[in-house]
Design a protein around this ligand. Structure first.
Ligand code: 2AM
Ligand code: CA
Ligand code: CA
Ligand code: CA
Length: 271
């Protein structure tokens, strides 16, 4: 391990610690009445628990690593420039945080939401964690050193036939018009795969591809905090993540197509 890699192992362990601490708080507040605020519309929500989780993680990072930059959904999401930030990435270490990914699931008590923390060096993801506090599943990965679920190595699914693949996707309420591209894609892929699921938390969906439970995942219009950790998870588990053109996925991309690798071309051909 070189010096950077040694640092990054420690960053990954610290990220896990912060995610667990935030997760404990989130779960303890679930039974209490929530104050739910609409952002753009009735499907775009934030609660005081999202804000609390974000505050916990940001404060821990600022305390331990004051020289690192931080980007997180509820602080930076309004800028709409989060993709642009990765066209000419900032130097040094940065933390990219979604304090609750899957807020609608959280609000409705569906146990599929997570804290996602991705860490980049000079704009490149180098380590990250995704923690589901309901199931206590902690996914972690470090560039070059594999991906783990609660300490066990994970690998993508070896399935090579699209017809046997289980896929997931998601889309925003704005995309739901008859015959819109998103609707057509779901229809096409439902016909050509075993099934298409909409689980509602992109970071965890990516981890399900990494751990072989899903064969692929695609999504339009995600943000860096949704994917910074999950993309590395898949790459380190032997899978593939690209943009629509089939080029390696960058945090400046808005379309993400992820798979075990073996079905990737078949998926790209349909999307
Ligand atoms: P969130 O719960 O943090 O908002 C669901 O398809 C995925 O898309 C979730 O990861 C969700 O993250 C994200 N998402 C849902 N609505 C969104 C919106 N209006 N803008 C950006 N991302 C959204
Ligand atoms: Ca949100
Ligand atoms: Ca999110
Ligand atoms: Ca969120």
């Amino acid at each position: 391990m070189n010096d950077n890699e040694k640092v990054e192992t420690v960053l990954m362990m610290d990220a896990a610690r912060y995610a667990r601490e935030a997760g404990e708080q989130i779960v303890s507040l679930m039974e209490k009445p929530l104050h739910i605020q609409e952002k753009k519309n009735a499907s775009d929500l934030v609660t005081e628990v999202d804000l609390l989780s974000e505050r916990i993680v940001r404060e821990r990072i600022a305390g331990d690593y004051p020289e690192h930059w931080i980007m997180s959904e509820e602080t930076d999401g309004v800028l709409r420039s989060s993709h642009e930030a990765f066209r000419q990435p900032q130097k040094g270490y940065g933390w990219i945080i979604d304090p609750i990914d899957g807020t609608i699931n959280f609000i409705h008590g569906l146990p599929h939401f997570a804290i996602s923390i991705g860490i980049v060096r000079d704009g490149i993801p180098v380590c990250g964690v995704v923690y589901n506090p309901m199931t206590r599943e902690l996914y972690s990965a470090q560039r070059g050193y594999g991906a783990n679920l609660n300490g066990q190595i994970i690998r993508v699914n070896p399935e090579s036939l699209l017809e046997n693949a289980v896929l997931a996707t998601g889309f925003q309420a704005d995309d739901w018009r008859p015959n819109s591209p998103a609707v057509e894609q779901i229809g096409n892929l439902t016909g050509q795969s075993r099934s298409v699921r909409i689980l509602g938390a992109a970071s965890l969906d990516l981890c399900l591809v990494a751990s072989g439970k899903l064969t692929g995942f695609w999504h339009e219009g995600l943000y860096p905090w949704d994917v910074a950790a999950g993309v590395l998870m898949i790459q380190e588990a032997g899978g593939k993540v690209t943009n629509r053109q089939g080029a390696p996925f960058s945090l400046s991309d808005k379309t993400l197509i992820a798979s075990n690798g073996a079905i990737h071309d078949a998926l790209l051909a349909i999307l």
